[in-house]
Write a protein that binds this ligand. Structure first.
Ligand SMILES: Nc1ncnc2c1ncn2[C@@H]1O[C@H](COP(=O)(O)O)[C@@H](OP(=O)(O)O)[C@H]1O
Ligand SMILES: [Mg+2]
Ligand SMILES: [Mg+2]
Ligand SMILES: [Mg+2]
Length: 350
């Protein structure tokens, strides 16, 4: 019998690897007019657009019937003033798609030398990510650059892809071009790839292609935690986390990092808990910001819920629904963290 999701895993790894090579090459050459501001005031770069074009091109060749819930759309690129952005995206995407085939990759996926997509085909590929999501069926969710602000700062960012079937995450692949391969050697080699398949565990590889290392979250006592949290205080409440850490007698300072690299670090034993509490009312978390990371954590033996202890629901559409935060931690400390959050919320209302 074949291993479940083996071909999806191969395709997803190839797509994320190629997109990471692209974003990595973009960073050093990014110029000011290659970044736009979206309607919600968040930044998007030629890197985000071309990475989504590359991954969607590969997915639609390999699995033509699978819909994709992707973060970006091409509408801002179709205006007359965006012609140089369009050319740059076309150049970058074709470069990434046209790289030589690596072991296990297939020309049928639209990759390899002399595979050329037109500008129009690439814009259409970006828009194949416009699916609305939902409770039933098979779909991919893609964040071509998660942590765009981190990417622009030269910090952490992640290329994130997940396969969801009937609202359950079955496969998650996350590429982190700037993440040190060995956490005990922060100045050593960078470029990690994380892969999780439901029921098959979580693994770390390198983007350059090393053999997989299985991941598991080690046991930790609450006072030894060091909370993983966003760099951006507008994305999750730093002050709430600091109150929770006081209640748990946490000694170590938080580890601030952009993107789902936080889930990756948690899965390989760093920090012990990731807290993402809402900063105000109204913002709804997006499924592409959590789908692959959540599977990586649970397959490494951890637990992920909202701050009330409810499981995240990936079947509500493009968003996760009303925002009660996201709490990921090792199994043994997750309850303690939830109890401290409950206490901190009570104190907040006193
Ligand atoms: N007010 C808000 N609250 C929570 N998350 C937000 C937010 N505004 C934007 N985000 C999300 O935060 C993500 C980055 O997370 P982090 O802070 O962990 O690096 C962004 O992903 P993108 O960078 O892909 O747009 C974006 O989707
Ligand atoms: Mg964004
Ligand atoms: Mg994101
Ligand atoms: Mg993004």
């Amino acid at each position: 019998m074949s291993i479940p999701f083996a071909s999806e895993k191969h395709v997803a790894i190839a797509a994320v690897r190629r997109a990471c090579a692209l974003t990595d090459s973009v960073f050093n050459k990014l110029v000011k007019n290659e970044t736009l501001t979206k309607d919600d005031k968040s930044p998007v770069t030629v890197g985000d657009y071309s990475a989504q074009a590359v991954i969607n091109t590969i997915l639609s060749r390999a699995f033509p019937h699978d819909p994709i819930v992707g973060e970006e759309t091409s509408s801002d690129l179709r205006t007359s003033s965006a012609s140089s952005l369009r050319s740059r995206i076309t150049e970058l995407a074709n470069q990434a798609l046209g790289e030589d085939l690596a072991l296990g990759e297939m020309r049928e996926w639209g990759i390899g030398p002399r595979q050329v997509q037109t500008e129009e085909e690439l814009l259409d590929a970006i828009d194949r990510g416009s699916y609305g999501g939902g409770r039933s069926g098979r779909m991919w969710t893609l964040d071509p650059i998660d942590g765009t602000k981190g990417f622009l700062r030269g910090g952490q960012y992640a290329v994130c892809l997940a396969l969801i079937i009937d609202a359950q995450v079955e496969l998650g692949v996350i590429g982190c071009p700037n993440l040190p391969v060995d956490p005990s050697n922060p100045n050593g080699a960078r470029g990690c790839l994380f892969v999780a398949v439901r029921g098959q565990g979580s693994q770390q590889l390198t983007l350059s292609g090393s053999s997989p290392i299985p991941l598991s979250i080690p046991a930790i006592t609450p006072s030894n935690l060091s909370f993983l949290e966003s760099v951006e205080s507008a994305h999750s409440s730093h002050s709430f986390n600091s109150r929770v850490s006081k209640l748990l007698l946490v000694q170590k300072p938080p580890i601030r990092m952009d993107s789902q690299a936080k889930y990756c670090c948690l899965a390989r034993g760093e920090g012990g808990a990731y807290l993402r509490m809402p900063t105000g009312v109204g913002y709804r978390e997006k499924i592409w910001d959590h789908a692959p990371g959540s599977l990586l954590v649970t397959e490494a033996g951890g637990t992920i819920t909202d701050s009330r202890g409810e499981l995240l629901d990936f079947g509500l559409g493009r968003d996760l629904g009303e925002n009660f935060g996201v709490i990921a931690a090792g199994k043994d400390v997750h309850d303690d963290v939830l109890a401290a959050i409950k206490q901190a919320k009570l104190e907040e209302h006193e």
